[in-house]
Design a protein around this ligand. Structure first.
Ligand code: NAD
Ligand code: UFG
Length: 343
């Protein structure tokens, strides 16, 4: 049994990973400032797993708090989710993104180094590949980012590579997620976007729930089989399991390695809409509009490194992710703000 610091543990992916870690018997300390989440998520994590965790409210940029945390717990490793993640917002507020995502990670790595804790699993993103030349995308594809959010992920990866090269006691996996969707099958935790969702899956859920009239499909003139954008949608429960495997990997290996987490399958916008309708019986009204600036046509992973290095592969398809995501949405129409909680 290990003790892990999970930053951003109350967030969408962090909460699902906390369940996976607790269910595997590990101890979890979550550090979250709740800037994009609710402490209620952590109560539900404990209910699902049937085990307690330690929830600390605070910021990863707070060096004094980190020093106290590392002094108070014998951590075996850190899984670092805490970051800002909205691409459009990062273009408008680059300083906030560099401060939080790069500055926050530097402060965390410094505290880890001082405490002698050097096992690190980082939340990176397929966004570091920009518009790929070749599909499927391997980890050898060039890194070229197109917005400040993506740049923060690429910069942190560079820091991690340099750190591991300088000191062979560091052991780091940078997980490049493709498109996480869905929710825990209990319907108790899931994605809870503030405002109008930027991403396709939560938008579809809100159309199904009657919160939005229709989905705007951003272009049907892409060079793809049905003209709509193609992505690699990955069930968040599979993604969470990938973090457990990555933590096991950093316990046994030194160095820094980037690893794609995706299914290896491309699914178009219209295919995802149809899968959602088939899995839930809910019709999704949509209309085709112009392309969204900055979008790419197609993006899916070569997930073979994840299988070879981590012994991980995605188990669930999009139908299962749609059914699970809809259960969360139906029971919590207003996310963690829903009055009376789940029904
Ligand atoms: P999320 O916003 O739900 O979770 C992030 C959590 O970190 C939130 O609970 C937030 O309150 C917390 N946080 C933010 N800044 C903090 C700070 N300075 N100190 C302490 N806590 C802080 O997002 P998510 O979807 O769960 O994403 C988790 C990670 O995965 C992020 O690093 C994100 O960039 C990355 N990622 C997400 C996706 C995706 O599509 N969801 C894709 C690729 C990568
Ligand atoms: N789309 C629509 N309508 C919408 C929202 C999205 O048609 O209302 C389309 C997009 O054009 C794209 C596909 O649905 O073709 C997926 O879009 P998302 O916004 O859900 O996901 P992206 O692949 O654009 O980006 C996401 C995250 C990024 C991350 C990237 C890779 O937002 O932060 O996945 O992990 F970097």
């Amino acid at each position: 049994m290990a003790t892990l610091l999970v930053t951003g543990g109350a967030g969408y992916i962090g909460s699902h990973t906390a369940v996976a870690l607790l269910e595997a018997g590990h101890r979890v300390v979550s550090l979250d400032n709740y800037s994009n989440s609710s402490p209620l998520a952590l109560e539900r994590v404990q209910r699902i797993a049937g085990r307690p965790l330690t929830a600390v409210e605070g910021d990863v940029r707070d060096a004094a708090l980190l020093a106290r945390l590392f002094a108070g717990h014998a951590f075996d490793g850190v899984i670092h989710f805490a970051a800002l993640k909205a691409v459009g917002e990062s273009v408008a507020q680059p300083l906030a993104y560099y401060e939080n995502n790069v500055g926050g990670t530097l402060s965390l790595l410094r505290a880890m180094d001082t405490a002698g804790v050097r096992r690190f699993v980082f939340s990176s993103s397929a966004t570091v590949y920009g518009a790929p030349d070749l599909l499927p995308i391997t980890e050898q594809a060039p890194v070229r980012t197109t917005n400040p959010y993506g740049a923060t992920k690429a910069m942190v990866e560079q820091v991690l590579r340099d750190l591991a090269a300088a000191d062979d006691r560091w052991s780091v996996v940078s997980l490049r997620y493709f498109n996480p969707i869905g929710a825990h099958p209990s319907g108790e935790i899931g994605e809870d976007p503030n405002d109008i969702p930027n991403n396709l899956f939560p938008f579809i859920c809100q159309v199904a729930a009657g919160r939005r009239e229709q989905l705007a499909v951003f272009g049907d003139d892409w060079p793809t089989p049905d003209g709509t954008g193609v992505r690699d949608y990955l069930h968040v429960v599979d993604l969470a399991a990938g973090h457990l495997r990555a933590f096991e990997f950093v316990q046994r290996h030194a160095g820094m390695v980037p690893v794609n987490l995706g299914t290896g399958r491309g699914v178009s916008v219209l295919q995802l809409v149809r899968a959602f309708e088939a899995a839930t019986g809910q019709p999704i009204a949509y209309r085709i509009v112009g392309r969204r600036p900055g979008d790419i046509a197609e993006c899916w992973a070569d997930p073979t490194s994840a299988e070879r290095l981590l012994g991980w592969r995605a188990e669930f398809g999009v139908e299962r992710a749609c059914a699970d995501g809809w259960r969360w949405q139906r029971r919590n129409p207003d996310g963690y703000r829903t009055k009376g909680g789940i029904t």
